[in-house]
Design a protein around this ligand. Sequence first.
Ligand code: FDA
Length: 393
Amino acid sequence: MLSPSPFDAIILGAGAAGLFCAAIAGQRGKRVLVIDHADAPGKKILISGGGRCNFTNIHTQADRYLSANPHFAKSALGRYSPQDFINLVDAHGIAWHEKTLGQLFCDGSAKQIVAMLLDECDKGGVTIALGHAIRAVEHADGRYRVSWGDRSVEAPALVIATGGPSIPKMGATGFAYDLARQFGLKVVEPRPALVPLTLGGDETLFRSLSGVATDVVARAGKALFREAALFTHKGLSGPAILQVSSYWRHGDPVAINFLPDAAPGWLTQAKRQQPRATLRSTLGAMLPDRLAATLSDRIGGDARLADTPDRVLGEAERRLSSWTFHPNGTEGYAKAEVTAGGISTDGLSSQTMEARKVPGLYAIGEAVDVTGWLGGYNFQWAWASGHATAAAI
Ligand code: FDA
């Protein structure tokens, strides 16, 4: 049974942001209670990065985050950098490596990051209460009272760190938004992000390519990413697609350049060099076989290049460099790595994450309308926003 003695802060959510915030605040001498309905802390950390946790990205900067206010994340990110987190990881003797594009992963297991956070919480004397749903949160006389299970506790500071609703089967909820609304904060319409896109209608035939991956440049609106795309039995996935999915809105097309390294005029040049080749055989040398066959079938690529007018080859080249898909949806929160949107930054201080009109109320991590690219950016936001609040409570 927890002692009813007062805490300085109650943090709702024992995920990345909540645990990190608790550890730092605790080490600064604050008495901190973390409450989570899950039976174990940091569950999303454990499954992150394929079990190796891509815990930060060395290229972190605010323009790699989506938010209604693109400047909001600058302050917190600027005051707690990837190097700060690397120093902590190093101090715990956790070996790591850069996989690609500045993405840092544990050599061993994501369990090491959770163990590190719990160790840091221990050092700060943090109390963690797990396994009971929160029944009520009340606010009176400058104090927040949280009731969960058969207990109630109050404190002058309350931190919302319950994340977003992506992967509900892991206990993810939209609780943060309900609570924010309860306190008069606005919520930017949440939506699944870093999520596979689905294809239907005419484009269903691409599902037969399930399992085929290739390096592409994918574009949705002004956002473009060069990484792998993967065809799935429902549509499109892979890092390039997950990245653009965060920018994609229903009805938007997604354009894919299947040959990002091909120089303009490559097909007419191929015609001069190998006039007896077909588009299909030419593509077959540049792309996975099944993909080359499907794309050339759609363009009509069985004729010899020598027999195909340059104008037609030019048009084929244009299509291959900007193949337009019309996704009919996403695979939803069940498959979304994060939730875009969330508690509006309008009502929060970018210095401390405190609600401007509700003193003592803070929101951090994925619950807030700040969503990072794929590749360690979301954890860096969890650490940085947690750090900003820990210094203020
Ligand atoms: P987080 O979701 O971590 O924690 C929220 C906590 O609140 C949870 O413990 C939950 O149980 C609790 N909670 C929710 N509702 C509650 C309620 N009603 N009452 C009480 N408690 C409640 N990012 C990255 O940077 N690198 C990576 O490698 C990956 N990999 C990855 C893989 C997969 C499969 C997913 C789903 C996500 C990732 N991410 C990622 C994203 C990353 O996991 C995510 O952005 C952070 O965990 C967000 O941290 P938070 O602490 O804000 O929420």
